[in-house]
Structures are given as C-alpha cells and as structure tokens.
Design a protein around this ligand. Structure first.
Ligand SMILES: Cc1cc2nc3c(=O)[nH]c(=O)nc-3n(C[C@H](O)[C@H](O)[C@H](O)COP(=O)(O)OP(=O)(O)OC[C@H]3O[C@@H](n4cnc5c(N)ncnc54)[C@H](O)[C@@H]3O)c2cc1C
Length: 381
C-alpha cells in the first residue's frame, strides 16, 4: 500500500482525506481540480498566476480593450484546495518535485500540462500582467502594419486572419501553408464554405506554398520584409509583420527521466481507456498531453476531466473506478471574426456542417468566456 500524505481529515466520517496533485491548470487541470475539491485535498500546480483561455487569445490580440477577459486568476477556483505556483520538474509515484526543489507528496497524480503554441495563440509568460502587456504591444505593431503574413492555414491561422479582417478590413492578409487542402478530415462542404468566406473577407490564401526560410523579423514585430517561397518559380511574399501559426509542442519535460512513462514521438503520454497513465492505477493524464487518437481540444480536455474526477472519487471512496473515455470524432468551431466562421459537429446521423450564424452564437460572439467565468466563480460585465 502506498503511504498517505495525511494532509487532512474528513470531518464527516473521520477518515483521512486523500491528496490529489494536479499538474497544470489549463482547461482539463482546472476542471478536474474543481470537481475533486469537495472530497479530496487538491493541490493544483501551475507556474502561471491565472488560467489563460487560449480560445480567446486571437480576439485579445485585435481587441486589447477585451483582452483581460481571457485571464482568470486561480484564487477563485477552489474553495478547499490550494493552488501552488510552480513548475513540475519531476514526478514519481508518490508525488511531484517542483523546479524550486520543493516536494509535494500525493496519493493521486493528474498530469494535465497540455501543450504550448507560438504567441499570440498561447501566451509565453507566467504572469497575466506581462502577457497582457505583450498582447498590447503586438496589437500596436499589428495596427500599424498594412500587409500581414500568417504562416500556417490550420484553424489557428485561419481564425487569426478572420479576427484581423473583422477589425481592419483594409489590411492585406496572406495565409500560406505547404498543404494543398484546408482542414483535412472534415466535410467538403465545410471546406467550400470556408473558402467562400475567406474570399469574401479578401484573405489571400496560398495553399501548397512553403516559405523558403523564416522571415528575418520576430513574429508580431513591425519590420517590413520579403521572403521567397518554395513554389515553382520561387515567387516572393512581402509583408510588414508575420505570425507563426504552427508548431504545437507537448509540455512533458518533467517526465523525461522515464520513471512514470515513456512518451511517444510527439511527447505525448500513453493512457488507458480509464485515462490512467499506462501501468499506474493512481496516476492519470488528460488533455493535449495524452496520446488519445482525437484532435487536441479544450472541449475534450474538459470531458477527460469528468472521467478522471469520477475515477479518482470512486477510488477515494473505496469503490472500483468505472469511468471510461472514447476518443471523440472530428468536430470544429472555427470563427472568422465575431459574426462569421464554419463548424462541424457529430450527430446521430453523421457529421453536420453548421452555418456561420450558429458558429457565431455558440462560439464566435463571446468565445466561451461566460463558461469560464462560471468555472472560476466570478462575474464580469
Ligand atoms: C488560438 C487557439 C484557439 C483554440 N480554440 C479552441 C476551441 O475553440 N475549442 C477547443 O476545444 N479547443 C481550442 N483550442 C485548443 C485548446 O486550447 C487546447 O486543446 C487546450 O489548451 C488543451 O488543454 P489542456 O488542459 O490539455 O492544457 P493547456 O490548456 O495547454 O494547459 C496546460 C497548463 O499546464 C501548465 N504547465 C505546463 N508545464 C507545466 C509544468 N511543468 N508544471 C506545472 N504546470 C505546467 C501551463 O502553464 C498551462 O496552464 C484552441 C487553441 C488555440 C491555440
């Protein structure tokens, strides 16, 4: 039997409360910590001082007056548990060691460290104040740019093109991607509608086009440049500023010693259908960090959190965990500004494409900020 860290006593039945260390307070980690807060001693570990709602990050860039809405300080998330600012440096079956050297013993571990993505889609600073300043700086430079190059025509690059056009319809926005097709794996009708809306917005889409080298300026910095492409003839693209919209990276360096698990080629953690890290019945992983065969999405990370919370609670109560997770079929809500965009959802009759009005109503209008205000127990005007 594992030793118990003995951090608290359940006053209702006199039994020792179990400690759950949740590593990473993103979408999945925050949700699982909240769900376990009543019945366990939760310690949520994250180097940031606030949860960052990445799905709103691109709107924050073009609307600095709105940007604060994507930050939710952790201090209102938990009623009983604690939030520890710090970065996990190593884990073992009995707990977590932080980069500071501090050790946090735990009965259960939830690995929820997600993934990083280049700015502006995800922020690269730990303090919300610094991140806001960075967003506002980039906004000022973007506002002064006439021509913008977006490298990468995945959902992030396309969403960014729509946000820029919604605020500055006159700016020239060109989006490049080496792939020949947009949104592979989705319905042809979704692609057609996407192309139609991008065209109506005046976004120049250059598929089958790779940049011969990275632009010489840092992303998000106003500094006119010309880059050549690898298309036949190697034509050039000139712009005043560019953004890198590719390059997701799993956050699992603290697993590098291999004590808990080996990771796959993308740095992802193998999990069972109960979302246990393979080989460990009291260690779970969720969200972008997992090797689940589905798109990496916040909505799924929050579904994983429900399964993990149910299984941990069952174990804590002395029952057998029975929650299982089946990877979700493709779905997407891709806004192009507050009023446009495309979407596809699974239905009992197969995948269905959503009209722009529905994408706007579900996501584009407020980018789910209301839902996170609720999770963090705060009210905003
Ligand atoms: C622009 C953009 C728009 C998006 N829109 C949507 C959308 O509309 N719908 C959707 O479903 N998905 C969307 N996504 C995808 C979504 O953001 C990710 O799937 C989601 O962030 C994954 O959540 P997660 O809980 O796994 O981890 P993350 O949200 O990545 O959070 C991980 C947390 O772990 C912390 N951390 C990292 N390393 C350590 C460490 N060593 N120790 C402690 N803590 C650590 C980080 O600080 C972070 O807070 C979008 C992504 C982007 C970039």
């Amino acid at each position: 039997m594992r030793a118990h860290s003995g951090m608290g006593i359940d006053m209702a039945n006199g039994t020792a409360r179990r400690t759950v260390a949740v590593i990473g307070g993103g979408y999945g980690g925050s949700a699982v910590a909240k769900a376990l807060d009543e019945e366990t001693d939760v310690v949520l570990i994250d180097p940031r001082d606030a949860f960052v709602h990445a799905a709103g990050a691109l709107r924050a860039l073009v609307r600095p007056d709105w940007a604060e809405n994507i930050f939710f300080p952790y201090d209102t998330l938990l009623k009983h548990g604690t939030v520890r600012r710090g970065r996990a440096a190593a884990v073992d079956p009995g707990g977590v060691t932080l980069a500071s050297g501090e050790r946090i013993a735990a009965d259960y571990l939830v690995l929820a460290t997600g993934s990083d993505y280049p700015f502006p889609a995800k922020t690269d600073t730990d303090l919300a104040g610094d991140a806001l300043a960075r967003i506002r700086d980039a906004h000022a430079e973007l506002a002064a740019a006439g021509r913008v190059l977006i490298a990468g025509a995945g959902p992030v690059g396309l969403e960014l093109s729509g946000e820029i056009k919604a605020v500055w319809p006159e700016k020239h926005v060109v989006v490049t991607d080496p792939a020949e097709e947009l949104m592979p794996g989705f319905l042809p009708e979704l692609r057609e509608e996407l192309l139609r809306q991008l065209d109506a917005l005046g976004v120049e889409l250059r598929l089958g086009t790779a940049l011969a080298e990275e632009p010489p300026s840092a992303p998000g910095r106003l500094k006119p440049f010309t880059v050549t492409t690898t298309t036949t003839g190697g034509d050039a693209i000139g712009a005043d500023l560019w953004f890198r919209c590719y390059g997701v990276r799993s956050n699992g360096d603290y697993l590098a010693d291999g004590r808990i698990t080996a990771r796959d080629a993308q740095g992802r953690v193998p999990v069972t259908e109960r979302l246990n890290v393979v080989g460990h019945d009291h260690i779970y992983a969720l969200g972008d960090l997992t090797d689940l065969a589905e798109a990496k999405m916040a909505g799924y990370a929050m579904k994983h959190a429900e399964v993990v919370a149910a299984n941990v609670l069952a174990q804590v109560r002395g029952e057998s965990p029975t929650g299982t997770y089946r990877p979700s079929p493709p779905s997407v809500l891709l806004p192009l500004g507050p009023g446009g965009g495309v979407g596809q959802v699974p239905t009992p009759d197969g995948p269905a494409v959503l009209p722009a009005e529905q994408v706007s109503a579900y996501k584009g209008r407020d980018l789910f900020t209301g839902r996170f205000a609720e999770l963090f127990g705060i009210t905003r005007d």
